[in-house]
Design a binder for this molecule. Sequence first.
Ligand SMILES: C[C@H](O)[C@H](O)[C@@H](O)C(=O)CO
Ligand SMILES: [Mn+2]
Length: 418
Amino acid sequence: MDQSIINSYNEAKKLYAAHGIQTDEVLEKLAQIKVSLHCWQGDDVRGFLFKDKELSGGIAVTGSYPGRAGTPDELRQDLEKALSLIPGKHKVNLHAIYADTKEQVDLDELAPRHFKNWVEWAKEQGLGLDFNPTCFSHPKAADGFTLSHADEEIRSFWIKHCKASRSIAEHFGRELGQPCVTNFWVPDGYKDTPVDRLAPRMRLKESLDEIFSEEMDPQYTIDAVESKLFGIGSESYVVGSHEFYMGYGLTRGKAICLDAGHFHPTEVISNKLSSILMFSEQLLLHVSRPVRWDSDHVVTMDDELLEIARELVRGDLLPRTHIGLDFFDGSINHLAAWVIGTRNTIKALLRAMLEPVEELRAIERAGDYTSRLALVEEFKSYPFGAVWDYYCASQGTPVREGWLAEVKRYEQDVLALR
Ligand SMILES: C[C@H](O)[C@H](O)[C@@H](O)C(=O)CO
Ligand SMILES: [Mn+2]
């Protein structure tokens, strides 16, 4: 390792130690945290099963940056490259449409064999896998309804798909020796104000109860349910609202998934973590960045990211929280998006771990809000960068923007040839 990185780290170490923060221990803890990289950033949410089908479900990717993955092998190659530039050992989050098979198979017939190559690859790479049923970009989701559809035939198709997804997830968990988080998100909703808000919600509840009727070992798979406020084409009403899934998750023992882009523009998920985890065993996060709407921008080091990280660290909520990413930007290099968003998420957690939490808590309890504000603000310019650089180097990953040259080289040697 470069001596200047070690020297800067040692200087930073002393400053943090003066506040009772042991940086070596912090880095050991940080290395244990897994972030789930969403495969769909790699190909603009197209998948491989129905490549010609337009993206639907009220979500949108903009941009036409060249080089996106067009085959499972390309996607895995890109993920490997991105992961080599991110410190730590992580997970990859798959959607059902990313099945790697030559069979012509519809979503309701998917089985673990269609993901064999993914499992083999994850084993080789020492990665965990997470999973999602894909309830969009399919003719049976064309009118915007899936699990809450009024047509029984369509509803059962989606129930079958979700059940199949759970079996695939369980298989992942068994094979990889770590739980696969299966996230259920459906786009169902109305463009305009509905007359009957209740009936679709009753149907969604029934569908979910049916999907979860088979008990599965949490050692292998953990179910999560994701709410949304609105989507394109479901501006006035979303069946699976926050209140719906709060109730559902809490009464059924399912993890609640909070996507940072799924709330009102000034509403933040960081303020929800301590409440939800008081009543729920586990939580799934979709770390994203909404810009005026659920735009799924690449995660940056903004106030909300830092606040999410602080909540997880200060409340000791990390052991019960699964951290997933959810953004898709087609206007920049697809790998760079993963690297920037994931490195920022990990770096935010590090920053939060490098705050004098106990000292701050005592100050707050004593009512000394002046010192609270002063210390929190001063810590923003403590040398966390030196600790981050040391961490990246010790994990064998590029320091600072060193990763960018590697992405550019990869773009020239690999992506440009696609
Ligand atoms: C593709 C994802 O499942 C999707 O982004 C979902 O998680 C979501 O957030 C929809 O807005
Ligand atoms: Mn999401």
